[in-house]
Design a binder for this molecule. Structure first.
Ligand code: ADP
Ligand code: MG
Length: 394
């Protein structure tokens, strides 16, 4: 998590392993994603305890830091300050954001934050390995679909998702899809090769008027990594940084046991299972239940295929493990777009990247390494009693 790690291919072409049909999931009700240790929701999993906890609504979600160690208090403060700085530069709701500056002056090199440069470089890696499935230049299409509308913190700690503009340009959530012509037109304003930057000069440029960046699939992960770096640098013993389900596990528990993180069921109350993970792991989930509307019985959600401009079908949720939260976040979106077969193939090909994908039929697909850390047994009830200290949240 220190510095920028290039996504590395595994040395050997590993077996293309699609492990199917471990569990059939019932397609019914509510939403959910990774359930963690955080104190804002029922304590399903681990957190450092006793320790320092701090939360704020940033990047369109509740970001929660739980940390333990002699210097934890000031370190958490400092990490929160870094998170707010990232929000100021990278969140579409922030009036002075790099995103707003770039969109306002197409065709010109614009001074931007080091945060944006770092995010663009990681995004470029994920764009490349995913063959363009991850493409933050999809901003105009996200806007057309209304998925940049701002849910605001009123959604509560379990309901927050990507933010949208709060400066008057906010879109209203849609109740019906745009026309095919509108989608094609918006798609014409996308293109990753038309997003360029100069890391040394700290400038970036969008080539054409109407272009915009959507960082909803990577900025939260980058923010989590940045906070983790601050905490690690301050010598914090252990911490969990959670941005609405994109999280980083820092250090080891005193018992030496792995961290336990429950993965929520994408279609029902309760959990798909539990991940047992070592420190130094990032986890992120992308789901079709985060932002969507239903029109004439069809679900339209916020993960869009950059080649068509339409919501991706076939997958309902993807959980990715990676060395950094930015990679996990972006890869979860990329794998969602690629679908179970090509998605798992990509995850298997990358060093220290594992994936769990739930398809439309409820079938769970796992990479080889994910099989070693995922236990599907846990029910919602079990997970609650498995939480520490009987914390029921609020
Ligand atoms: P969440 O924000 O709920 O964690 P994701 O991490 O999957 O969900 O990110 C989804 C967001 O990413 C969308 O709201 C949009 O801003 C952006 N996005 C949608 N499709 C793509 C894509 N194909 N490539 C990159 N970003 C995308
Ligand atoms: Mg994500």
């Amino acid at each position: 998590m220190t510095g920028r790690a290039h996504l590395a291919r595994r040395p050997l072409a590993s077996a293309l392993c699609v492990v199917a049909a471990l569990i059939a999931v019932a397609a019914i009700a509510a939403a959910g994603r990774l359930e963690t240790f955080d104190f804002l929701s029922p304590g399903a999993c681990d957190r450092p305890e006793p320790g320092v906890r701090s939360a704020d609504f940033l990047m369109g979600t509740y970001v929660v830091i739980s940390a333990e160690g002699p210097e934890a208090d000031p370190a958490v403060e400092e990490a929160m300050a870094v998170l707010r700085d990232i929000h100021r530069h990278l969140d579409p709701s922030a009036p002075q954001s790099d995103l707003a500056a770039l969109a306002a002056s197409p065709g010109r090199d614009i001074p931007v934050s080091t945060h944006l440069i770092a995010v663009l470089e990681i995004a470029d890696d994920v764009n490349r390995v995913s063959g363009g499935a991850f493409d933050p230049s999809i901003g105009p299409v996200v806007h057309l679909w209304g998925f940049d509308a701002d849910p605001g913190p009123s959604d509560g700690p379990d309901g927050g998702s990507d933010a949208g503009p709060e400066d008057g340009s906010a879109t209203r959530p849609r109740t019906a899809p745009p026309t095919a012509g509108e989608v094609t037109e918006a798609l014409g304003l996308t293109g990753w090769h038309d997003v360029t930057w100069d890391a040394a000069r700290r400038t970036a440029r969008l080539a054409r008027p109407g272009m915009s960046l959507a960082l909803g699939g990577i900025a939260k992960g980058y923010a989590v990594d940045s906070a983790a770096q601050v905490l690690a640098g301050a010598g914090v013993d252990r911490a969990v940084i959670d941005a609405g389900g994109d999280l980083y596990l820092l250090g080891t528990k005193p018992s030496g046991e792995p961290w336990r993180i429950a993965v929520r069921h994408p279609r029902a109350e309760g959990f798909l299972g539990v991940l047992e993970l070592p420190g130094g792991t990032a986890v992120a989930t992308s789901g079709d239940y985060e932002r969507f509307f239903v029109h004439e019985g069809r679900r339209y959600h916020h993960i869009l295929d950059p080649s068509t401009g339409w919501p991706v079908s076939g997958v309902v949720s993807v959980t990715v493990l990676a060395p950094t939260a930015a990679e996990a976040d972006a890869l979860a979106t990329a794998l969602f777009v690629l679908g179970p077969e090509r998605g798992l193939e990509l995850a298997e090909s990358l060093e220290r990247v594992e994936a769990l994908m739930v398809d439309e039929a409820g079938t769970i697909h796992l990479t080889t390494g994910m099989r070693a850390v995922f236990s599907p047994e846990l029910s919602g009830e079990d997970s609650r009693s498995g939480g520490r200290g009987g914390d029921d949240g609020d």
